[in-house]
Structure formats: C-alpha cells, structure tokens
Design a protein around this ligand. Structure first.
Ligand SMILES: [Zn+2]
Length: 377
C-alpha cells in the first residue's frame, strides 16, 4: 500500500470525487500541460451557484520533495465532501467541526483545490530522486542533468527580478538564483513555466480572497509579506516604490514592507487561527512567522498583491535532507494532516467577509510534511 499518493492516484481521486459528488464538485482542467505532458486538474467545491461567493484557493505539490501536501489536500476535499453529503461534522484530535461548520464552508464559499501543481517533479521525486525540488524542464540545462528544472516557487512575477528589487546582501541562493544549477533557479522570465501559468490561471479566474499554499517542513504558518520585515507606519516604504529598489531584503535595517493596520491585523489573525488549529490537531506547538524569514515569493498582479507561496530554504533543506536520510520523519496520521488543512480552510472562510477587502490576498501555509517512507527504504 502506498503511503503517499502518486500522481496517478491524485488524479484518480479527483475523478472519483466528481463522480461521487456531482452536485458538489467538478474538476477544472488547467490550461497548460507540464513538460512531460501531464494534464493538471483542480477541483472546485461549491453548493449551488459559485458566483458571488468568496473563493478560497488551496494548492500543494509545488516543491516535489515536500511530500504530503497533495495528500493533505486530496483527503481534506474528500472529508469535506463526505461530511457535507451526510450532514455530519468532522473531528480531528482536539479539533471539532460541527455539521454547521461544514455547511458554511460548502454553501457559503467556493473552495478550489489544486493538489499537485508540479506533478513531473513529484513523480521524479517518488521514483528517481526523492530530494528533487524543481520541475523537470530541461530547457536551460544544456544537457547537464543536474541543471534540469525551474523552482516553481521562484517563477511567479512578484519581484522575480530579485537583483533589481533586493539589496545585494540579500542575494542568497535561498532568495532566488539565475543559475540553473541552483535549487532556486527562477527560470528565464516570470511565469515561464506551465506550473506557474496554471496557478496564475486559477488566480485570474477566481480572484480568491484567501490562498493557502501547502509546503512542508516543521509546521510553520507563514504570511505576507515575504520581501522584508513588515511595518504599519510608513506607506511609502513598499515594494512598488522604485525609490527602494536595491534596498530590500535585509533584516534589521530601516527598510520594512508596509501593511495597513487593518491588513496587518487580518493577516496575523488568520495566521494565528491556523497555527492554533494546527496545535490542537497535532497536539503540539506550531510556529507562526511572517514569511520574510523564509524569503517567500509574493505575486503582484492587476493591483492585487497576493502572497503566493513560501518554502524551504537552504539551511532548512539541509536539515530536511538529514532528517530524511536518518528516517526521522514521522508519518503523521491522515487525520491529523487533514485537520490542519481543514481548520485552515475553516478559519480562512470564517474571516472571508473582512478578508475580501484586503488589498493583498492571503496567507501562506507551510505544513509539516507527511513524508516518512522514502523510495528504497
Ligand atoms: Zn516548498
């Protein structure tokens, strides 16, 4: 029995959901095939007309080796659909969702889940090299297998040109790289990759009020901004202002990224709710950070600034490697994992009315991986 869903199983799960709950969900074929020709699907969950309801978008599987994210999203969708169709609630360890909570999610919002953004990379990680991170695009490798792939999480358009926006002191490999041999290679241009184009398509189509990107490592919840520390007093210090180009990204200096007080309170409120829920479901503490501390990427499009994702960095990656090699990862029960995602969505939805008015979208989620059984072990 496979403990981690492979890409075929992820795709099959969405087909089964659509067949089992035709009144509640439908698959959405995304416009771009991956380099290896895979067709990607998201699942839209909504009761009745989806129009005019706040949309929550949850994605996973951006980084290939961060196993567990797709499983969490798939099982979250399945639990939600099953509970709603039976008029029941859900219980995850210390966290309870009443039947009316489930109804709120399904009836008063549109939930869109895209469980596996980078299936080529995930498949490669499952079958060939389990620490693979990027996609499998060989266009910039010049025949060198070690230079294959673009980091999907560095390929969005927010501050893609990192050497223009950030202070040279912040130009580390964890921020981004223009070298295809590096794990954070950001590609030849913003949105050069089919995987990021598919996420953009969902963003454009649904204009979600809230967005959650499940990565792995250590159960942190990360939220906007990701370009510098936050501040709430000087609106001129923001990433759109070219006067600060080349000055961003250093922790502890005078430049900090602006958030209005309201946005700040909303973002931290949501992130705190998610973190508290993770604690209840996992029965141990979870972290809460503004995501600059992992140098996440943020997308800016059409006047809406949306946090798109965040992720492992080099030091964390080394620890991650070590953990995997020593087999120290625990395989967390599906129940626990589902609860994290479910509660995240519950709270994201519950604050939807205020979050809808945010200038920026949402928060990031970095959820501890479920990866426990590595190929060959
Ligand atoms: Zn990641």
């Amino acid at each position: 029995m496979a403990l981690i869903l492979n890409t075929t199983e992820i795709a099959s799960a969405l087909i089964n959901f659509e067949a089992t709950y035709p009144e509640l969900c439908r698959r959405l074929q995304l416009p771009k095939k991956t380099y290896e020709g895979r067709v990607c699907h998201a699942l839209q969950i909504a009761k009745g007309h989806a129009q005019h309801k706040p949309v929550v978008l949850i994605i996973a599987g951006v980084h290939a080796r961060e196993w567990g994210g797709p499983d969490i999203v798939v099982n979250f969708a399945g639990d939600l659909l099953r509970a709603y169709s039976k008029g029941k609630g859900l219980q995850y360890l210390k966290k309870t969702f009443l039947a009316r909570d489930i109804r709120t999610i399904v009836e008063e919002s549109t939930l869109v889940v895209f469980p596996c953004v980078n299936p080529d990379g995930v498949e490669f990680s499952h079958t060939k090299r389990y620490l693979w991170r990027k996609n499998r695009n060989p266009a910039h490798s010049k025949g060198d297998a070690k230079k294959i792939g673009v980091d999907i999480n560095r390929n969005y358009d927010f501050m893609w040109d990192f050497k223009k926006f950030f202070h040279p002191a912040a130009w580390t490999d964890s921020l981004a790289s223009d070298n295809p041999a590096i794990e954070t290679f950001h590609g030849p241009e913003p949105f050069s990759e089919p995987e990021t184009q598919n996420v953009r398509w969902l963003m454009d189509r649904f204009n979600p009020v809230l967005f959650l990107d499940l990565h792995s490592y250590d159960g942190d919840v990360l939220f906007s901004w990701g370009s510098d520390e936050n501040q709430i007093t000087d609106p001129s210090q923001n990433f759109i202002n070219p006067a600060y180009n080349g000055k961003r990204g250093r922790i502890g200096d005078t430049y900090r990224e602006y958030l209005s007080m309201r946005d700040y309170e909303t973002a931290t409120g949501i992130a705190t709710a998610v973190s508290d829920a993770m604690r209840d479901v996992r029965n141990r503490p979870s972290g809460l950070n503004q995501d600059v501390f992992l140098h996440s990427r943020i997308q800016l499009r059409g006047g809406h600034q949306r946090s798109v994702s965040s992720d492992l960095e080099s030091e964390d990656t080394r620890q991650d490697d070590a953990r995997r090699h020593t087999g120290a990862y625990r395989f967390l029960s599906h129940t626990a994992n589902l609860g994290r995602a479910a509660f995240a969505a519950r709270h994201l939805v519950s604050v939807g009315s205020s979050a809808r008015e945010l200038k920026f979208g949402c928060i990031d989620g970095v959820i501890e991986t479920t990866a426990a059984v590595c190929p060959g072990q």
